[in-house]
Each structure stands twice: as structure tokens, then as C-alpha cells.
Design a protein around this ligand. Structure first.
Ligand SMILES: C[S@@+](CC[C@H](N)C(=O)[O-])C[C@H]1O[C@@H](n2cnc3c(N)ncnc32)[C@H](O)[C@@H]1O
Length: 363
């Protein structure tokens, strides 16, 4: 079973009115003395954020724990350095957190899985909406921070694990028992996360096929990745096998663009909010095996510009592919990016049916 860390002490941040000088002075002081800004490039980005985001500059005297200064203070409190390899770009605009909560339609009593809670700014908005949050954080320092922060809420369970290695089904079963022992009705889980950009696709691939556990997912991710996931129009430059995967398992929607100036440290790209309404298995397109369907799709897209009759030839003889293409009204020169999901399903089923009609001769 994964390490479950129950929260222990209340907020370490307090108010941020304890003598913060002007932002420029503070940033310069930290740059000189602390490993918080370990390199020149990061320091420059911090200053650029200040220049590009006057609304954040105005929050200098604010006591909001999740604004720019609150986040800086939380990180500084125990010398926590933003780790680039963990995608630690923290949200410093609470309006965006509230937008994520709104897109996920969080209601009191909902159970939410948050991947990468960081300093807990989104977690806090979820808790304020009345959700029970299971927060999976890879960085032990951030797990400890969030644990301390939400100790008294009784609404946050912190798991210090790499989400990519987290055993979802076993762990959710554990939480099902845990919540029912506390008299909390267990229902399908909503996923809400400001994701580290580098694990976007693997997270989507893990969550979407689990429609029996998860009902929806709202992600803040890299804008470019967002288009790759939701572009369902054949021939579009972003159209690829992951777009078909998303469409197969969910109904996805682009909600809004999020400027890079809302994060600290500021990333080199903008973000976007995408919501996924996760389908249950009954609503999947009809194929004999989702696994072998996606093997076919991936094989077809491995060389996107190649004709299907060539890219699928490792799996099926050319005549069989030609016949299958013809039987579903596709040109024999068709390429993968020209097919809709429905056409891929029809092609797969035609190839699958001809397999049944012509069993391999073993004599
Ligand atoms: C983009 S930050 C978001 C932090 C916070 N939710 C916010 O909105 O400010 C991503 C967070 O995910 C954590 N993280 C990175 N890789 C992870 C993984 N594989 N599993 C769980 N958490 C991860 C990072 O440590 C970081 O706290």
C-alpha cells in the first residue's frame, strides 16, 4: 500500500505581512542569499514575471497564502527550491484555481484526486468548495508542507508518491474503506490538477480508461499539449493517435487559455484548462478489444504520412487491407490523419471480421 501521510500541524504560512520589502528588494535578497533561485536564468524569469504581471505586483502587501508572495514565502520557509524536473511552476492567481473548481463543478461531499498539490493553492480552493481531497505529491518536501497546511481541515489525505507509479485501483479501494469507515458516502472520483507539464500524456492515458472509478477530469496543462489532446479534426496538424484515444474514452472540451504570467517560476509556455467528461465502458465505440484497436491506431500513426495499406502491412496482408478499406468506403490510398474515430473503428472491425472469416490454416 502506498505511503499515506495524514496531515499533522496547521498552516505554516500565516500572514505575509511580516516585513516583506518591495518585491525587487526581496527577489534580489533571495537571489543573493538563498538557493531558491539557483541560477541566473531563473532569477531573470522571476523578475520578468514581476514586469509582465502588474496585477501580481499589486499584491505585495496581500496576506493571501496563495498569491505570489504567499507562495514565495511558503517555499522560502524551509528552503524549498522550485524543482524544474518536477515541473514545479506554482499557480499564483487564485482566480485560476477557482476556475478549475468551477469547470469541475465541485459540490460539497465530492471526492477529488489532485495530482501534484505543491503548496496547496488549488487544494485550498477544492477544500473551500467542500470536497474531500486525495492529494498525491511526489516531492517529500511539498507533501510535508501540504500535510501541515491542511491538518485541521479533516478533508485532505496526502499521499507522498510518484503518481505514475501509484497503484490506482488498490489505493482507491483503500480510500473507499477509509471514507466509508468515516461515514462519508463514496462516489465516482473527480480529478482536478495543475499538472506538471511533462506527465500530461501519461496521466491522460492512465485516467481516461478508468471510467468505472473516475467521472471527470479537469486539467491545467500546456496550451500546445491541450490542442494535441482535443483536436478531433482529421488533417489538422495536431491530429494524432492521442486525439483518438481522448475521443474514444471521453468527451473533452477546451475551457480557457492561461497565461504563463500566472505561474511562479514563470514557464516558457502558456497553459490551458481542459475538461474531460469520462465515458463508462458502455459508451465506448464498439470494438472487440480496445487494446488491439489502439495497437492498430498507433501502428497507423507511427508514420503519419504513410498510406494505411503500407503502414499496416506488418499486421495484415496488403489484399486484406485493400478489401477492408474498400468495405468501409475508404480510398485505398488513405492515410491515418484522414480518418475520423468512427472510420478507424469501422476499419478495425472490417479487419477483425475478415480475421474471423479466414482463420489461419494450421494443417
Ligand atoms: C505545476 S506544479 C502545481 C502545484 C500546485 N498544484 C499549484 O497549482 O501551484 C506540479 C506539482 O506536481 C508535483 N509532481 C511532479 N511530478 C509528479 C508526479 N509524478 N507525481 C506526483 N506529483 C508530481 C510537483 O512536485 C509539483 O508540486
Amino acid at each position: 500500500m502506498s505511503t499515506l501521510i495524514r496531515t499533522s500541524t496547521e498552516l505554516l504560512l500565516g500572514t505575509v505581512s511580516n516585513g516583506f520589502r518591495s518585491f525587487q528588494e526581496e527577489a534580489t535578497r533571495l537571489n543573493a542569499r538563498s538557493p531558491l533561485y539557483p541560477d541566473k536564468h531563473l532569477r531573470l524569469r522571476v523578475l520578468a514575471t514581476e514586469r509582465a504581471s502588474p496585477s501580481l505586483s499589486r499584491t505585495k502587501k496581500s496576506s493571501n497564502k496563495d498569491d505570489f508572495h504567499g507562495t514565495l514565502h511558503a517555499l522560502k520557509s524551509k528552503n524549498r527550491v522550485p524543482k524544474k524536473w518536477l515541473g514545479q511552476h506554482y499557480m499564483v492567481n487564485n482566480e485560476i484555481n477557482e476556475k478549475l473548481v468551477e469547470c469541475a463543478n465541485i459540490q460539497k461531499g465530492d471526492i477529488v484526486l489532485e495530482i501534484g498539490p505543491g503548496t496547496g493553492s488549488l487544494t485550498n480552493s477544492l477544500v473551500e468548495a467542500g470536497a474531500h481531497v486525495i492529494a498525491v505529491e511526489k516531492d517529500p518536501a511539498m507533501a510535508e508542507l501540504i500535510m501541515e497546511r491542511f491538518q485541521d481541515s479533516g478533508l485532505v489525505e496526502v499521499v507522498n508518491e510518484d503518481f505514475m507509479k501509484w497503484r490506482i485501483r488498490t489505493s482507491i479501494e483503500y480510500f473507499r474503506n477509509h471514507y466509508s469507515a468515516k461515514g462519508i458516502p463514496f462516489k465516482q472520483i473527480k480529478v482536478v490538477s495543475n499538472l506538471p507539464f511533462n506527465i500530461t500524456t501519461p496521466v491522460v492515458k492512465r485516467i481516461l480508461p478508468m471510467g468505472d472509478i473516475f467521472s471527470s477530469m479537469v486539467l491545467l496543462l500546456q496550451d500546445e499539449a491541450a490542442y494535441r489532446l482535443i483536436d478531433m479534426s482529421p488533417q489538422a496538424s495536431n491530429y494524432r493517435s492521442i486525439s483518438l484515444f481522448v475521443q474514444f474514452f471521453s468527451v473533452a472540451q477546451y475551457e480557457m487559455k492561461v497565461s504563463r504570467s500566472n505561474f511562479f517560476p514563470r514557464p516558457n509556455v502558456d497553459g490551458a484548462i481542459i475538461s474531460f467528461n469520462i465515458k463508462s465502458a458502455l459508451d465506448y465505440p464498439s470494438v472487440s478489444s480496445t487494446k488491439s484497436f489502439f495497437t492498430l491506431v498507433n501502428m497507423a500513426f507511427a508514420e503519419k504520412r504513410k498510406m494505411l495499406r503500407n503502414s499496416l502491412e506488418h499486421k495484415h496482408p496488403p489484399a486484406k487491407i485493400r478489401n477492408a478499406l474498400k468495405s468501409v468506403n475508404l480510398d485505398e490510398t488513405a492515410r491515418p490523419a484522414e480518418l475520423t474515430l468512427d472510420q478507424f473503428v469501422a476499419l478495425y472491425n472490417a479487419l477483425d471480421a475478415s480475421k474471423e472469416n479466414h482463420p489461419v490454416d494450421c494443417t
